[in-house]
Design a protein around this ligand. Structure first.
Ligand code: HEC
Length: 216
C-alpha cells in the first residue's frame, strides 16, 4: 500500500512540475545543456560603448554602402520590379540586356535554386515533389503564363504571396540571388514558358523555319 502513496505522490509532483510552470516567465535562462552560442556579449541599440572613440554603440554606415531594406533610388524598377507608379514592370528594366550570356546565367541559377521544386522544364515536377512538396505549380497555366516580368521578379525577391492563413509556400530568394541574377532567372523562366507557347510564326530565320518544317 505504501508504494501506492509513493507512486501517487510522484505522479502529482511530476504533473505539477511539468504543467504548473507552463506560461511562467523566468528572468534567467533555463538549464541549457547545449547553449549553441546562444548567449554572447553584445551591445544594445542606442547604448554607449567605451570601445569606440565617439562612445556610441551604433556604428555609422560605412561610405559607399547601402543598408539592407532602405528605399533605393529605383528609376528603372531594377530593384523592385515596379514602375514609378507602383505597377509591375511588363518589360525588363533598361539596364538588363537580354543576350545569350544573361540566359546562360539564368539557366545556371535556375538549375541550382529553382529546379529542385519547379523542375527543369518549369512544369512543377521537381525532385521535391517525390518527397511530399506537392504545392509547386507549373509555370504554364493560364494565370502564370500571364505573370509580368515584374511579378516574376517580385516572386523571386519576396517569395510567393502569403495564403490567407499567413503561410508562404515559396520563400524569398533575395538573399541568395543578386539583383542581376534575379533578372537573369526571370528571363530564363520566360524562355521556359516560350517553350510551351511558341509557334512556327516565332521562327524568323527562313532556313531554321524550313528545317523545322521538314521535321514535322
Ligand atoms: C522549395 C520549393 C521551391 C523553390 C526552390 C522555388 N519555388 Fe517557386 N514556388 C514554389 C511553390 C510551392 C509555389 C506556389 C506558391 C503559392 O502559390 O502559394 C511557387 C510559385 C512560384 C511562382 C508562381 C507565383 C505565382 O504568382 O503564382 C513562380 C513564378 C516561381 N515560384 C518562381 C520560382 C523561381 C524563379 C525560383 C528560383 C529562384 C523558385 N520559384 C524556387 C516552390 C518553390
Amino acid at each position: 500500500m505504501r508504494y501506492v502513496y509513493f507512486a501517487t505522490f510522484f505522479v502529482v509532483a511530476l504533473a505539477v512540475s511539468v504543467l504548473g510552470l507552463r506560461g511562467t516567465r523566468f528572468t534567467h535562462p533555463p538549464l541549457e545543456l547545449f547553449p549553441d552560442m546562444d548567449h554572447q556579449a553584445h551591445l544594445k541599440p542606442m547604448a554607449t560603448s567605451a570601445l569606440f572613440a565617439d562612445g556610441r554603440a551604433d556604428r555609422p554606415i560605412p561610405p559607399h554602402t547601402v543598408a539592407a531594406g532602405l528605399p533605393l533610388d529605383d528609376d528603372d524598377g531594377l530593384f523592385r520590379g515596379k514602375a514609378a507608379d507602383g505597377s509591375f514592370l511588363t518589360a525588363l528594366p533598361a539596364p538588363i540586356k537580354v543576350d545569350a550570356r544573361l540566359l546562360a546565367r539564368g539557366q545556371d541559377r535556375f538549375t541550382i535554386y529553382c529546379q529542385p521544386c519547379h523542375g527543369a522544364l518549369g512544369d512543377g515536377q521537381g525532385i521535391t515533389k517525390q518527397y511530399g512538396m506537392t504545392t509547386t505549380p507549373s509555370y504554364f497555366d493560364d494565370r502564370r503564363l500571364k505573370l509580368t516580368v515584374g511579378e516574376l521578379f517580385s516572386t523571386i525577391t519576396n517569395g510567393s504571396v502569403k495564403t490567407p492563413e499567413g503561410k508562404q509556400n515559396m520563400l524569398p530568394y533575395a538573399d541568395k540571388l543578386a539583383v542581376e541574377d534575379r533578372w537573369a532567372v526571370v528571363a530564363y523562366v520566360r524562355a521556359l514558358q516560350r517553350t510551351q507557347t511558341g509557334t512556327l510564326k516565332d521562327v524568323t530565320d527562313a532556313a531554321a523555319k524550313e528545317a523545322l518544317l521538314k521535321t514535322k
